[in-house]
Design a protein around this ligand. Structure first.
Ligand SMILES: [Mn+2]
Length: 358
């Protein structure tokens, strides 16, 4: 495995490449262009500038997250072909800059959803949290406004203001759409992009729905093992891969993450791993915690062991962290706790490799 760290670029991140490089065991950054509107082509020069900066700092640049999928593709509108063409152009530009893993999601309207971006934990740290009871009484607009007003002034990935500005119109467009319709639109997208990815040496990795359940009645198709089975069949190619985000899938206790890693890892259909822990209090009430197994509901050791067993060689990132040591930053994406998380995962990995080499 290769340990990586999400980086928002010089303009959008308070964390520097030098700081990331100083995290022990850090191989590379996971980049993205956050100022390119969804559906537009990622310009070659801008990706190249980010990749060059990372490499100059001694970090690899092989993974990007996310090249977002335009709503017209998810909705299956006639205009989707133009956006798919643009998507392939972005993939070509990324490949020219040495990118070989592209993460994306296929969630209608809302990317990840939380009801609290700074829930206080027992030790005075804060973390992202979700409580279904809070959402149940709210309109989508209310929830979006609350998320945006508590983001410390940062634009959160997937919560671009231009998208949220047209919430009403988008909800109307999804009216009556079920899971099968959405899956068929994903299949259409994959049939178009996967042959291009095979030529370019890119693995597309779909991120699970976060949380893995319907919100506000919208369909969701990346929730559990059954959904993942259907997705890998939509295009039979290692380029059609999964990003296993342990905290997303793991918020449903019925999802056995080590089993999922072993199963899809043996099929060579895992292209990216987000490894973090969460504490599930009751169904659909959870908060993020420190990575160490004992603080949450997930067995992080067994997840790393499963990755070792299947010979996983792709990127891993510690995903989110708590806010600790009075750090101010983008919720979930501070430096300190993600660095601690990465170090814990590297420690587990070292021990597992060592034990099994004797
Ligand atoms: Mn994730």
């Amino acid at each position: 495995m290769k340990m990586t760290f999400r980086w928002y670029g010089e303009k959008d991140d308070t964390i520097t490449l030098r700081q990331i490089k100083q995290i022990p065991g850090m191989d590379g950054v996971v980049g993205a262009l956050y100022d390119v509107p969804v559906g537009e082509v990622w310009p070659l020069e801008e990706i190249a500038a980010q990749a060059d900066a990372a490499r100059a700092a001694g970090l690899s640049y092989e993974t990007v997250e996310s090249i977002n999928v335009h709503e017209d593709i998810k909705l299956g509108l006639p205009t989707r072909d133009r956006y798919i063409e643009n998507y392939i152009k972005s993939l070509k530009n990324a490949a020219k800059c040495g990118v070989n893993v592209v993460c994306y999601n296929f969630m209608p309207i809302f990317d990840w959803t939380r009801t609290d971006l700074a829930k206080p934990l027992y030790d005075g740290s804060t973390a992202l949290a979700f409580d279904y009871h809070v959402i149940a009484g709210k309109s989508p607009r209310q929830m979006a406004d609350e998320i945006l007003s508590h983001s410390n002034g940062y634009v959160l990935p997937g919560w671009e203001p231009e998208r949220l500005g047209e919430l009403g119109r988008l909800f109307d467009a999804y009216e009556g759409m079920g899971e099968e319709d959405l899956r068929s639109n994903l299949g259409y997208f994959l049939k178009a992009v996967i042959p291009a990815c095979e030529e370019l040496g890119i693995r597309m990795t779909i991120h699970p729905d976060d949380p893995p359940r319907s919100v506000f009645g919208l369909p969701r198709i990346v929730k559990n093992e059954r959904d993942l089975d259907k997705i890998v069949k939509l295009a039979d190619s290692p380029s059609n891969s999964l990003c296993i985000c342990t905290g997303s899938l793991g918020s449903n206790r019925d999802n056995d993450i080590p089993h999922i890693v072993r199963k899809f890892g043996r099929m060579d259909r895992i292209g990216f791993m987000h490894v973090r822990n969460i504490q599930v209090h009751e169904p659909w009430v959870f908060n993020e915690v420190a990575h160490k197994s004992k603080f949450g509901s997930l067995d992080i050791y067994d997840i790393m062991r499963a990755l070792w067993e299947v010979g996983y060689e792709g990127p891993v990132r510690p995903d989110h962290g708590r806010m600790i040591w009075d750090e101010k930053g983008r919720p979930g994406y501070g430096l300190f706790d993600r660095a601690l998380g990465a170090n814990y995962l590297c420690g587990l990995w070292d021990a597992i490799c060592r034990e099994n080499s004797q």
